[in-house]
Design a protein around this ligand. Structure first.
Ligand SMILES: Cc1cc2nc3c(=O)[nH]c(=O)nc-3n(C[C@H](O)[C@H](O)[C@H](O)COP(=O)(O)OP(=O)(O)OC[C@H]3O[C@@H](n4cnc5c(N)ncnc54)[C@H](O)[C@@H]3O)c2cc1C
Ligand code: FES
Length: 232
């Protein structure tokens, strides 16, 4: 079990939880969280939003029973963490463009912070799309060269990509598909997918997706995939 240091609401149905953790975490990885005995049956996958000073942060949206229970926890409570899991985003030494939709913006912050620390001269442009209220965008603005926020429209309509950019994205499936139409085939594009997960460990096949290269498990082969792997 891990100790919760803070768990606070930052927007409607959006919470930020800091949990004590000591270990290596790559941007784009996730943990399976659990703070209940038998109901719901399964733990819930949540991405790493940030990690520093012995605390891993999770930015999460309350959508059902599991996330509601998480939102009711307080500093000093315990939560079970299994992870970090998944492959995470690649280390890209050049200019990058980050595109996030809704709660899919969560894993992009740790990616941005790590990238800017390692490659301070690289140019980073961030596009954040929200359906009715933005959250967390001011933290992106502290680190990124440009931050473009859209509320209520299609963030992919605003995305501009230069020849040397690598694009990394997380968000709803429909946004990722639209993005793959906007980003030229010459630009590397990495997409972090969501799927219902039972084990998170590559054992249950619950997160299987069909790709042109055969079946893939989102939890173990992903959640980050190159566009070519997905046929996009
Ligand atoms: C790798 C990965 C990373 C994730 N990172 C985050 C994160 O950083 N922050 C965050 O808020 N959420 C994240 N999610 C989504 C999160 O896991 C689900 O919202 C959560 O499991 C819902 O649990 P629940 O018990 O609250 O809702 P449930 O009662 O299980 O479901 C409520 C509703 O949400 C839908 N839903 C549940 N899980 C998913 C899912 N995985 N994908 C799409 N729809 C789903 C259900 O279909 C249902 O309509 C991530 C998912 C994956 C696979
Ligand atoms: S969630 Fe069990 S194999 Fe991916």
């Amino acid at each position: 079990m891990a100790l919760i240091k803070q768990n606070k609401q930052i927007a409607k149905n959006i919470f930020l939880m800091d949990v004590s953790y000591d270990g290596k975490i790559f941007p784009g990885q996730f943990f399976m969280l659990r703070a209940w005995d038998v109901d719901p049956l399964l733990p819930r996958p949540i991405s790493v939003h940030d990690y520093h000073d012995g605390a891993v942060s999770f930015l999460y949206q309350v959508v059902g029973k599991g996330t509601r229970i998480l939102s009711e926890l307080e500093a000093g409570d315990d939560v079970s963490l299994v992870g970090p899991l998944g492959n995470g985003f690649p280390d890209v030494p050049g200019d990058i463009v980050l595109v996030g939709g809704g709660i899919g913006t969560a894993p992009l912050y740790y990616l941005l912070r790590g990238h800017k620390a390692k490659y301070p001269d690289s140019h980073v442009r961030v596009y954040l799309g929200f359906s009715d209220e933005s959250y967390g965008d001011e933290r992106f603005s502290e680190l990124a060269d440009d931050v473009i926020v859209d509320i209520g429209g299609f963030i992919t309509d605003k995305v501009e990509v230069k020849a040397r950019d690598t694009v990394l994205a997380c968000g709803p499936d429909v946004m990722l598909r639209a993005l793959s139409q906007v980003v030229p085939k010459e630009n590397p594009l990495y997409l972090s997918l969501e799927a219902r997960m039972a084990c998170g460990l590559g054992v249950c096949l619950g997160c299987n997706i069909e790709t042109p290269e055969g079946n893939r498990k989102v939890c173990k082969d992903g959640p980050v995939f190159r566009r070519e792997e997905l046929g996009l």
